[in-house]
Design a protein around this ligand. Sequence first.
Ligand SMILES: Cc1cc2nc3c(=O)[nH]c(=O)nc-3n(C[C@H](O)[C@H](O)[C@H](O)COP(=O)(O)O)c2cc1C
Length: 410
Amino acid sequence: MLLQPWIQDLASPDLSISSLNLSIRILKPEPLKLEPLKLGTETEEYQDALKLDPSNTLVILCDAAVVSPPLLNSSNPWATSEADLLSLYASPHTGAVTIRTSLWSAFSQHASTHQYTFFSPSLGHATSTVDTETYAEGRGEVRDGETSSLNTLGYSPNSFEEYITMLVRLHTSGKLNSPTPKPFIVSVTGTADEVGRCYAYLSKTMSENEGLELMMEVNLSCPNIPSKPPPAYDATSLSEYISAIAKYRNESSGKLLHVGIKTPPYIYHGQFRSLLDALESSTSHEGGCPISFITATNTLGSCLVLAADGTPALGSATGEGIGGLAGDALHPLALGNVKTIRAMLNASPHASIRAISIIGIGGVRDASGYKRMAGVGASAVGIGTALGREGVSIFTKIARGLEETETDGP
Ligand SMILES: Cc1cc2nc3c(=O)[nH]c(=O)nc-3n(C[C@H](O)[C@H](O)[C@H](O)COP(=O)(O)O)c2cc1C
């Protein structure tokens, strides 16, 4: 039987923290001795802060979600199909499974214009061939040492509702009866209202399916949609999305969901400040800020990788082959983003903003990378490019590496 992830389900946003009747989720022994990511848990420090700042009484904080171990896949093409998701779920070293970003309508994908490749920045050009025959998108060949990636992909060819139908079917048929139950992080995007409707749908689905653990990650950072720049680069758009989520949360009679925002790599202070301003101003909504985690970062847009002959390595919707950069080449920027966001969250006058967790993503492919990401403030670490290159065994490799460093000492 799956254990219920939330500590407490509350119907009323008006209940104060002190009136909660909390129960503790019992976790199975973990393969990794790592501190799990706990969303919405009320630490003593946190409760004290709430007393000092009563405006921070939040509905979202009344339930807890646990990602244990705090290692998971990021939203990407290797988390598209049922087989992908089941294999990620079955790994004892993933604490949650993130699904590739979906929309209410399935994204129309073409192998000639939606592609990815792996490459080595030190070589300077791409060498791998892109397979446009076997998959709906062009998938890059894995070659030794090519540990960065560029992609011109959009979103999943499966719709949001198809994914939820799939999860409910897997849940009711007992296929999620793993010894290590874990949440699914459903990555969504679309207009602010569409994202709000995803919230309502997920909340209802969780209420109707006891034991199915769901969270929502709002992808506001895909760099590859020609008509739509990443909303998380724009303060007004960010606030619009956060407000829509708060509105649907407040109207929803279903279970409360933990919601995260997937951010793009920010490169100057004003961009970080806009994120914090949007989060802080959302504390004035009835029920408070609806965001409990930030996933940083997505790929860095406007990047171009050429083949040896000087032509773009990838096809793209614009024909220029410009896309999102990830893997090794993104790692320093991702570390800088996680460190900066963590510091700014910690400095917030609002306890609910300080309580936001970060899932750190960008160029992690071994235990050392995991430790660097955790060291700068990530409460959980996500893997994209390295999952594409190495498959689900990447999680075993990182777990073993962490165990070894634990045994050997620092
Ligand atoms: C081929 C590819 C496709 C991706 N698709 C998505 C996506 O659909 N949604 C999303 O939020 N992020 C997407 N990402 C971004 C990754 O989830 C991740 O944030 C980024 O690649 C940085 O992590 P990494 O360096 O471990 O790859 C994609 C990344 C890659 C490489």
